[in-house]
Design a protein around this ligand. Structure first.
Ligand code: 8YV
Length: 322
């Protein structure tokens, strides 16, 4: 009887309770060491299974999808971002793709707010200063930062996370502006000002928060030319994807003070980020942990499991992209 259970390949290590459920509900192949599958091994392993639960570390291009199509019926990605999967190609070859929206919204918006505050109040620099032993006396001009209240927050990408950040920012009395592919209805806009042209958003962004997905339209969006459109001494926050920022341009602007400070959770080619960031005091950096809370990681696993269960029961998957 147990041999009837579908075979699921878990490409990365997941929370213990999620792995326990995978093993009890399926014939699961877990990844004890969390080794990243080289592309050709990923294809070979996927072909031995009925389903894959993966992360953005695994790329499912059209070529890969065509090779695994006869075997796997579903890819459940443990992420809200899905730029690592060619979704139209998956649709063409009949593979269902599911993702984990909603459950990461609060944790990621909290991280964006943390960055706004940390960048404004020189969080990383102050921490290093205290640890260095260089703090010999308190004085009235010590590590002065910038008030966030009353400063305009520009949100690039007003999806779930952008809207959750706007809610937080309103609590800090920051007027919210945004650019999105389409204008939101008033009940979602909640008084935020829409800019159809991203250049108009940049011009009013004392703080710019990047919350859009990575796509051919957004890759290297924040380049030298667009940085020049920001107010002098603006702050930049990125919790979306590293490749939306042109690193050389942002590093130059942080060096010159054209951009006062930045908060970055994601990096192009992470974890091998541009070394130019490392010696800058005005960057507060995190190792892509925007959604890394116990609660969210478990909820992401629950979402993947619910989608796998629906798929194998012949029901529509609740978070299907295809
Ligand atoms: C996740 C993310 O931590 O969900 C996403 O798209 O970028 C992150 O918040 C990570 O990708 C989990 O697989």
């Amino acid at each position: 009887m147990s041999e009837q259970r579908p075979k699921v390949l878990a490409t990365r290590k997941f929370p213990a309770d999620i792995e326990a459920r995978l093993s009890s509900e399926y014939r699961a192949t877990l990844n004890e060491t969390d080794r990243i599958y080289p592309p050709e091994e990923l294809v070979a392993a996927a072909r031995e299974h009925d389903a894959v639960m993966c992360c953005p570390s695994e790329r499912f291009s059209r070529e890969v999808l065509e090779q695994v199509a006869g075997s796997i019926g579903i890819i459940a990605t443990y992420s809200v971002g899905y730029e690592h999967i060619d979704v139209p190609a998956a649709r063409d070859v009949g593979i269902v793709v599911t993702y984990t929206p909603d459950v990461l919204t609060d944790a990621t918006a909290d991280t964006a707010m943390l960055f706004i505050l940390a960048a404004a109040r020189r969080g990383a620099e102050c921490d290093r200063f205290v640890r260095s032993g260089g703090w010999d006396r308190w004085h009235t001009l010590l590590m002065l930062g910038t008030h966030v209240s009353g400063k305009r927050l520009g949100i690039l990408g007003m999806g779930r996370i952008g809207q959750a950040l706007a809610k937080r920012a309103r609590g800090f009395d920051m007027p919210v502006h945004y650019h999105n592919r389409r204008r939101l209805p008033p009940e979602q806009e909640q008084g935020a000002t829409f800019h159809a042209d991203p250049a108009d958003l940049l011009a009013v962004s004392d703080f710019l928060s990047i919350n859009c997905p990575s796509s051919p339209e957004t890759v290297r969006f924040l380049n030298a030319e667009r940085i020049e459109m920001l107010p002098e001494g603006a702050f930049v926050v990125n919790t979306a994807r590293g490749n939306i920022v042109d690193d050389e341009a942002l590093i130059a602007a942080l060096r010159s003070g054209r951009v006062a400070a930045a908060g970055l959770d994601v990096f192009d080619n992470e974890p091998n980020l541009h070394p130019g960031y490392l010696d800058l005091d005005n960057v507060f950096m995190l190792p892509h942990v925007g959604s890394a809370t116990h609660e969210t990681r478990t909820a992401m696993g629950d979402t993947c499991l619910a989608n796998l269960a629906a798929f194998f029961a012949g029901r529509p998957c609740p978070q299907a992209l295809t």
